[in-house]
Design a protein around this ligand. Structure first.
Ligand SMILES: Cc1ncc(COP(=O)(O)O)c(C=O)c1O
Length: 375
């Protein structure tokens, strides 16, 4: 029987408390008491017995609008930003449409685009400046283009967009009557971040999430903001007719109420960890950081000169060292076999585990396999 392929996620979840999770851009730095107090109270009040208000907790919706400074746009809640991305693709795209996007990218969105019968038209950004430019986007717009996808900051590269570039891309959407899907999941990690909705409020759908900034990935809560008519068009594809998880809403409200008091420290530790990972990578021959500093909480380490398969490195790090990073294959069909992505909103002790593990794992895989003795 052929050996079963190693399932990294199954393994990591089986060893959940022993693993340093540098794999999913999650955030392990938010003071836990912020969330715990709110959840304890909600559980004592048995909030889970009843349905939530289907349209979402009004205070949470207002906090989401205020957090983004988009009070004039209509807000809705979904089960993670992921569900919003799915709804937007289904509601706004159809057979034959094209979406200007990038490679690498957060490819789950591309899958949703394809499910809708449309096609992502990917610009190669595995080269400086490691993001879209308004010039390249302008050239890529054709008669079938229906939408521009602007993920800012970008998963996986950690690159971000200067304000003037966001403005220029938003103006392209406006001038060509295109939807602009602006996924700002990692916004809080990016200094001076600009929202496309500021420049093209009619065309932009803004996707937000509390998974990464608020350390609530397991709660599965996010949403979208758009002008009211566009929000209604997208809401036709909402399957959560009875509202999203009530405890997730309680946790998100507690986090957004207090975010201003702790986000600075979360970002400072994240930045220090980014620098430390840069130093570690520099010490390993054949490995390079593509974008430094990251404007998100992740970075890409290119391994191509080492000849090491990122899937094998992922497995070696996880099994031998309990350090979980992500092979690039799910983020780029073209470049995935060259890189791993490492995320770092983690306690510095996790980064020190990476510091010990990464050079050792690369050395183990680089070493030529010893010839087996003749029998
Ligand atoms: C760019 C981007 N958008 C959306 C998501 C999904 O976030 P959520 O947990 O809110 O579904 C992710 C998760 O990694 C992401 O990287």
């Amino acid at each position: 029987m052929p050996a079963e392929a190693f399932d990294a996620f199954r393994y990591a979840h089986q060893h959940r408390t022993e693993v340093a999770w540098l794999s999913q851009n999650t955030n392990h730095l938010v003071p836990p008491e912020v969330i715990r107090g709110a959840l304890d109270e909600a559980i004592r009040g048995r909030r889970y017995e009843g349905y939530p208000l289907a349209s979402g907790d009004p205070e949470l919706l207002a906090l989401a609008q205020a957090d983004l400074g988009l009070r004039d746009l209509a807000a809705s809640l979904t089960s993670g930003g992921t569900e919003s991305l799915y709804m937007v693709a289904r509601a706004l795209l159809g057979a034959g449409d094209e979406v200007v996007a990038s490679d690498p990218s957060y490819l789950i969105i591309h899958r949703f685009i394809e499910l809708s019968g449309a096609r992502p038209s990917c610009l190669d950004i595995y080269r400086p400046p490691y993001r879209l430019t308004s010039g390249a986007v302008a050239e890529a717009i054709g008669p079938k283009t229906k939408m521009l996808l602007l993920i800012d900051p970008l998963n996986p590269l950690g690159s971000g967009y200067p304000r003037e570039e966001v403005r220029a891309i938003a103006e392209l959407a406006h001038d060509h009557h295109l939807y602009l899907l602006n996924d700002v999941t990692y916004r809080d990690f990016s200094d001076g971040h600009a929202l496309a909705a500021e420049f093209a409020p009619e065309e932009t759908v803004t996707i937000w999430s509390v998974s990464k900034n608020c350390g609530l990935a397991g709660m599965r809560l996010g949403g979208l903001l758009a002008r009211p008519e566009l929000q209604r068009t997208i809401a036709r594809y909402n399957t959560n007719d009875l509202g999203v998880n009530v405890l997730a809403q309680v946790a998100a409200r507690a986090a957004l109420r207090t975010k201003a008091s702790w986000i600075g420290e979360v970002v400072r530790t994240t930045r220090a960890n980014d620098r430390r990972i840069g130093e570690i990578a520099k010490g390993v021959e054949g490995v390079s950081v593509l974008v430094a500093p990251s404007r998100a909480n992740m970075t890409v380490l290119d391994l191509a000169p080492t000849g090491i398969d990122p899937e094998r490195l992922q497995e070696e790090l996880l099994r031998q060292h309990g350090v979980f990073v992500r092979a690039g294959t799910y983020l780029s069909k073209t470049y995935g076999p060259r890189f791993v992505r490492v995320s770092f909103s983690n306690p510095p002790s996790d980064i020190e585990r990476f510091a010990r593990a990464f050079p050792a794992a690369v050395a183990a895989l680089r070493r030529p396999v010893a010839a087996s003795p003749r029998s």
